[in-house]
Ligand binder design. Structure first.
Ligand code: NCD
Ligand code: ZN
Length: 333
């Protein structure tokens, strides 16, 4: 069995900087024609100058692959003029509540105070990307954030709001209520639950924010992805950390899935007889939601067992050392 995908896209990706960027960027660029690049560096990407330098570093790291890094600015209460100047160079602005995840210390403390900026983004047609978690009990954080999405979706009906890395059936229900909401979902949230992370021996390489939830949440996410819900997009949230930051007493959050993501998705869609919907889930939905055109690149996958590497440099990937049913067999650079 085989499938050829036209320009697969990763609509939520952490590429980091420096040596880590050079290590991981080619792995994404090999399989994906473009990706939405997260701005949670230290310090965050919150100026056009920094954004341009970061984009240049990414372009250098992904050569020779043809790959579009769609850049995001880290949410600040930017003046309208700043947003207007940035508009043509960004795909959106990423909002993190303060302290909810890796490198979000400079995030938003008062969610009531952002609305002037959201109004300006709506006028300018700049999408809002959100890490939607509160500071509540860890399993409830996403559910507690849903009323905030609902309020913004209602107040700013022409603002595209992307609920990043959704993990619950409740988030999918909210997606149905507002046409200006879209969402990304990761491959690890399609394949794991909290049991995989902490039900047996603790698995630091599966630990991420938001934490994977219950079997019924995973089932709902799978059903929506497998039918290629038109406003649900693949976003890996591939988030590499050096091994010593994961295999540690205080383990950093993030699953490094970039090199295995497409193969795992092909396996999942094939097992459910849904391969025909994979193109929409990994590319077409994102093109429509964001109105973007990626570079034309074909990526072929085949049902042929493959063992995922134990490491890429000092980063341990999702499914390290395990056998995957599918593999990427051919890529156009
Ligand atoms: C991400 C990271 O490491 O940057 N970590 C994660 O667990 N997903 C940040 C994020 O997207 O929350
Ligand atoms: Zn992320």
């Amino acid at each position: 069995m085989e499938i050829t995908l036209e320009s697969p896209l990763d609509m939520h990706l952490h590429l980091r900087e420096g040596a880590m960027l050079r290590q991981v960027a080619p792995l994404s660029a090999r399989h994906f024609a473009g990706a939405v690049v997260m701005p949670n560096l230290t310090p965050p990407v919150d100026s056009l100058e920094r954004l341009r330098a970061y984009r240049a570093a990414i372009m250098e790291a992904v050569a020779p692959f043809t790959f579009t890094p769609w850049m995001t600015l880290f949410f600040r209460p930017y003046p309208t003029a700043t947003l207007a100047a940035a508009r043509d160079e960004i795909i959106g602005v990423k909002l993190y509540p303060e302290g909810v995840t890796t490198n979000s210390a400079g995030g938003v403390r008062d969610l009531e105070a952002v609305e002037d900026t959201l109004a300006a983004m709506e006028r300018l047609g700049i999408p809002l990307l959100v890490h939607g978690e509160t500071h509540g009990f860890v399993l409830d954080r996403e559910a507690e954030f849903l009323p905030i999405y609902a309020r913004w979706a209602k107040r700013f009906p022409r603002l595209t709001i992307v609920m990043e890395h959704i993990t619950t059936a409740a988030a999918l229900e909210l997606l149905e209520r507002f046409p200006n909401l879209a969402a990304t979902v990761t491959v690890h949230h399609l394949l794991t639950t909290l049991d995989d992370v902490a039900g047996g021996l603790l698995q630091p390489h599966l630990f991420c924010k938001p934490i994977p939830k219950r079997p019924e949440d995973r089932a709902a996410l799978q059903a929506a992805a497998l039918r290629a819900h038109p406003r649900l997009m693949f976003g890996s949230d591939s988030a590499p950390h050096p091994r010593e930051r994961k295999e540690a007493a205080a383990c950093a959050a993030g699953v490094f899935s970039a090199p295995v993501a497409l193969a795992l998705l092909a396996g999942l869609f094939a097992r459910h007889d849904a391969l025909a919907n994979l193109q929409a889930f990994v590319s077409d939905n994102a093109r429509r939601v964001y109105g973007v055109t990626p570079p034309a690149r074909r990526v072929r996958l085949a049902r042929r067992p493959w063992q995922a590497p134990e490491r890429y440099g000092d980063v341990v990937p999702f499914y390290a050392g395990q056998t995957l049913e599918w593999q990427v067999t051919d890529v156009e650079p």
